[in-house]
Design a protein around this ligand. Sequence first.
Ligand SMILES: *Cc1c(COP(=O)(O)O)cnc(C)c1O
Length: 356
Amino acid sequence: MFTERFANLTPYTPGEQPRDMKYVKLNTNENPYPPSPGITDFLKSMDIEQLRLYPDPSSLRLRKAIAGHYGVDAENVFTGNGSDEVLSFCYYAFFESSRGQLLFPEHTYSFYPVYAEYHGIDYFKVPLNRDFSINLEAFLEKETTTGVIFPNPNAPTGMGIGLREIDSFLSKFPKNRVVVIDEAYVDFGADSAVPLIRKYRNLLIVQTFSKSRSLAGARLGYAIGDGALIRALNTVKDSFNSYPVDVITQELGILAIKDTAHFEKTITAITAVRNEVSTALQNLGWEVLPSKSNFVFTRNDKVSGKKVYEWLKAEGILVRHFNHPGIEDFIRVTIGRKHDMKAFLDLIADYIQTDT
Ligand SMILES: *Cc1c(COP(=O)(O)O)cnc(C)c1O
């Protein structure tokens, strides 16, 4: 009954989403704060008649609002059903094995290899530097490639790459191959490469409302790049689903991107707690990679990442553990509210005492 390509699919495993909420959820990098208060008002007074009609297939008002925020034109913006969908469209439009392998970092967002399998694209995982940073120079060593994708900051390490390094990389990278930078976490302290899209027509930035704008449940992602790249994404979208962004979500996106005060307030709170948690973990003897995101990646050479993950879960706190050789000692901990992080740190302090 099933196709061979279906039989060979290995789907992405999302972080656990327990519905009974007995856990403190520090495992999927959701924002602990609610979205812009304007969204509550909108939803309470929304005209239900609006749902009778299909949404604007091109999300024009939303794209204009996003474009305004970044100082680009609406024709430089594409919107989709979460950045995951946008990423999948990128693979379809820009990457194919006949032009070489797709390159991405060895330890990175685990959806990248899944999309490669789904779209039948050969890929190569470029090892990280010894300090777990992304080695952009190594991406230039392949003679042929169909393109590059990496997050900045990287997940699950949380480490960022500076704009100057990205610029220098792009200046040496073939101009007829697309570089996708997945900036899902960039608002938490890394440098966005959006200012480089005019200089590099082969650069596409992918972003999401899920993390820094507290709208993971609404599914809204976007891409910013040269008009030709955006038109290509529209062609893929219109060959798949004309309406990936629904009527309600288009409005939520406009309200969220315009509320810079709420955005800045929540970002400031999260990054302050992140820095406090990083210092506290270090004081407890944990190594913490320098994070520019809303999570920390941390390990302690005296304890196993898997065991501490299981122990925290039994105690009611969910974090993420990746059973991948090279990073299996780490746990990834989303930055939540201050009291949740205190509960986490108290448990970690106990764990070391009981474990040693
Ligand atoms: C969370 C995340 C995404 C997906 O975001 P959605 O817009 O919710 O689909 C994409 N890339 C990375 C690196 C992420 O961590």
